[in-house]
Design a binder for this molecule. Structure first.
Ligand SMILES: [Zn+2]
Length: 429
């Protein structure tokens, strides 16, 4: 991450003295001929590089990639003095604020993102034991209450001990258009901004199904899915439906089982796929007889990441049912569907993969690439400093923290029109 930031800082959008400082630092830490770094420095200013310049750029990008062998080991103390690394010991709210204020040429070092540091390798375990306090349930009591309150609807409020929505309330919600988008909007604009949520660290969104099982959602996947979908459109790996006909303009709207091959996140030209299976997907456009179908969505992906998170959850010391996660690949199927059916974003009220604004996408990007958790781990002979990027858990906590701040409403996070313009940086694929 620090290496990416160092190269980033040479770009022409930064003030000249800062660019010069970064050029000096890159020369110090990247073991390639200095003339090549100078050439790169100048080329970054060229708007339309020639073919020869492009091939030089590709070549040097490979040499300067964060995992290339040409980098010498970084002196973190030195880079703190050079103002590339910003040390911060604040709380999660402060981290979310700081992250908004930095450019991609800075890296923030923190001991943890909320509560405790979760290393990327501990994440599958963390997600199996997410406490109720760390979840935001989109069809849970808080969101439903707020939705009704905002519209002056009087609910019976007779929730079962399981937290299930009473049948009469369910019908009222149906009549008042409690679509997925409305639930998410209520969660972001209302519930997350309530004082009860101020000190609750949220690491996942969830939908409770009527049978007691749960579907997890991670809003940073909304940003990843849109970026990756845009990438696939540009470079042409396609999402292929292998069972059903949802990806056609007039095909099935909802219900039934459908399977899809979704490209893996691999370099251009590879033909590897994950299989996504979806049941009871809602009609994204709404207007159908069952607007609350999103609460019954069953979706699963066979990529190792999603499989790892699909596990029995332990609740109050007892094994309960399987938790599934709507991951990036599942989200992409939603995007493909509204694209193929030519549904304008404004009308896609049950699009379960809302399209991020470039501003929100940029925040997620910085959470991925511009923060390092630095903490001590116990070892046989004393303690050792460990540095790791912020994995999904930390990014999720930050995204929810962002959504708690008054300046970030649903409309600033998600687009309700227009096109998805941002694509993933090829270097990170
Ligand atoms: Zn997947």
């Amino acid at each position: 991450m620090v290496r990416v930031a160092l190269v980033e800082g040479m770009k022409p959008n930064y003030p000249e003295p800062e660019r010069q400082r970064y050029r000096r630092l890159v020369k110090q830490y990247l073991g390639i001929r200095e003339e090549r770094i100078d050439k790169l420095f100048n080329l970054l200013e060229v708007e339309k590089p020639s073919q020869a310049q492009k091939s030089f750029l590709n070549d040097i990008i490979a040499q300067a990639a964060y995992d290339s062998k040409y980098w010498s080991s970084l002196d973190y103390e030195h880079l703190k003095k050079e103002d590339v690394i910003i040390e911060y010991n604040g709380n999660i709210r402060g981290i979310a604020r700081l992250l908004q204020g930095i450019d991609e040429s800075k890296v923030i070092f923190v001991p943890s993102i909320g509560e405790r540091a979760v290393t990327p390798e501990d994440e599958p375990d963390y997600f199996k034991h997410v406490d109720w306090r760390n979840k935001l349930v989109l069809n849970g009591q808080d969101v439903v209450r707020r939705f009704a309150q905002d519209r002056g609807i009087v609910l019976s409020g007779k929730y079962a001990r399981s937290g299930q929505i009473p049948v009469e309330d369910f019908h009222l919600l149906e009549q008042n258009g409690f679509y997925f988008n409305e639930a998410l909007k209520t969660a972001i604009d209302g519930v997350l901004k309530e004082p009860e949520y101020k000190d609750r660290v949220i690491s996942a969104m969830a939908i409770k199904r009527r049978d007691g099982t749960e579907l997890r959602l991670h809003p940073h996947d909304f940003a990843e899915a849109a970026e990756f979908y845009a990438y696939c459109l540009r470079y042409n790996p396609k999402i292929v439906e292998t069972l059903g006909n949802k990806l056609t303009q007039l095909g099935d709207k909802y219900h039934g089982a459908n399977t899809f091959n979704v490209p893996k996140r691999m370099p251009v030209g590879s033909k590897l796929y994950n299989e996504v299976e979806i049941h009871y997907i809602p009609d994204p456009q709404g207007g159908g007889p069952y607007p609350l179908d999103w609460m019954s969505t069953k979706a699963a992906c066979d990529c190792p990441h999603a499989l790892n998170m699909r596990n029995f959850e332990v609740r109050k010391g007892e094994m309960t049912r399987v938790v599934e996660t709507m991951d990036t690949h599942v989200n992409m199927v939603f995007l493909a569907m509204i694209h193929k059916k030519k549904i304008p974003l404004k009308q896609a009220v049950n699009n379960m993969s809302p399209v991020p604004t470039p501003e929100f996408s940029n925040f997620v990007d910085k959470a991925r690439y511009n923060i390092v958790q630095e903490f001590q781990v116990e070892q046989e002979n004393g303690t050792k400093t460990k540095r790791t990027y912020v994995g999904e858990v930390g990014i999720e906590k930050l995204v929810h923290e962002l959504a708690k701040s008054p300046e970030w409403g649903f409309g600033r996070m998600f687009s309700s029109g227009g096109k998805v313009i941002k694509i993933l940086k090829p270097m990170y694929i």
